[in-house]
Design a protein around this ligand. Sequence first.
Ligand SMILES: *Cc1c(COP(=O)(O)O)cnc(C)c1O
Length: 420
Amino acid sequence: MLAAFDGALPDEGADPVAVVEELAATADVGLSGNVGPRFFGFVIGGALPAARGADLLTGVWDQNAGINSLTPAAAAVEVVAGRWAVDTLGLPAGSTVGFVTGGMMANYSCLSAARHSVLARAGWDVAARGLFEAPRVRVVVGRYRHDTVDRAVRYLGLGQDSVVEVDTDGEGRVSTPSLEAALAAGEGPAIVCLQAGEVHTGAFDDFAAAVPVARRYDAWVHVDGAFGLWAAASPSYRHLTLGLDAADSWATDAHKTLNVPYDSGLAIVRDPTALAAGFGVETDYLIGAAGDPMERVPEFSRRARGFAVWAALRSLGRDGVAALVDRLCATAGMLAKGFEEIDEVEVVNDVVFTQVMFRLATDERTSEAGRRLLADGTCVVTPAVWHGRAVQRCAVSNWSTTEADVARTVDAVRRVVAGL
Ligand SMILES: *Cc1c(COP(=O)(O)O)cnc(C)c1O
């Protein structure tokens, strides 16, 4: 693709229609089918029709969403869509929501609020004084947290050495006794990062047990729920998130489970002043609580991301969000059942949500099956290593995946395994 696009910038411009046509023609073979119903790699999501339409409008309207007075519609929609998300996720009313690019920046934004808050409780104003000579902040995380938590810690200047790793169980859930031991073993301000939806297994930390432990040590509790937070929106899966609402901040993607087009994440923080402490633009950051959208996110000027989130939630309604979550989970269950019926194939995780991992008799055969499956082209699953063994990993995150897609995918795996 680089060769296809390569070349020096021409001196002469070109007709805009010709440029767009050239772009479409050249890019075509390098585009991925990741919005398709049998794309199960990574955790990619899909695009609900209403959200796709709103996203197109967003591009055409081209609003700068940072400032209330400049783009009142964009600002108002973020307030309302944020409130809807908080409500449907069962999080505390009045929590503030920053519309960011994705889970990475949602984790970053929430941990920025956390850093401010735990240092303020230790008598240190990080906004004014920075981190030099500040009390050391401990960031206590499970062994299987997402890499973006570590990146956020580095962006925030807390340093990788501040990360304290806690043991997890076979499904990647934080062990509460290990969490307690880690908190007891150190001292000073602490942030505990829990997880709603582990990327391999889909497992949820035991919030009801872990949050009270973190509270005893006066820690800020952050939850990375990039795709899993939405379990809280479904009466059938809400039990996985019991105690989740007692945390201080929650990071999630709209572009995964909610099926909003890229780029769209939500940074949700219980205490509105804590987000504004890092991102406020006034000397007195407290006005940020009711201030401009830019005071809830790291960016200044940006795209009006709220429109597509609003449209997704408006088109689904509360019941539709629950039904979407239920359908993704049911689809994962069907995939798992189909895989298990294939000779030699073993599903290795407890399929509680949308993630399914399988393997064959040996790592070599698992990896080879993955390569052949990609070459076959029926579906995309991605390779991973779980507890030291090669696996193939599926994430069900697209609203448009049907039972027929499941059947075709299972058939493809059966065909590939039989041909090994
Ligand atoms: C995808 C994911 C992230 C990162 O989100 P982006 O939208 O890719 O920035 C963080 N945590 C978890 C658990 C994820 O699945």
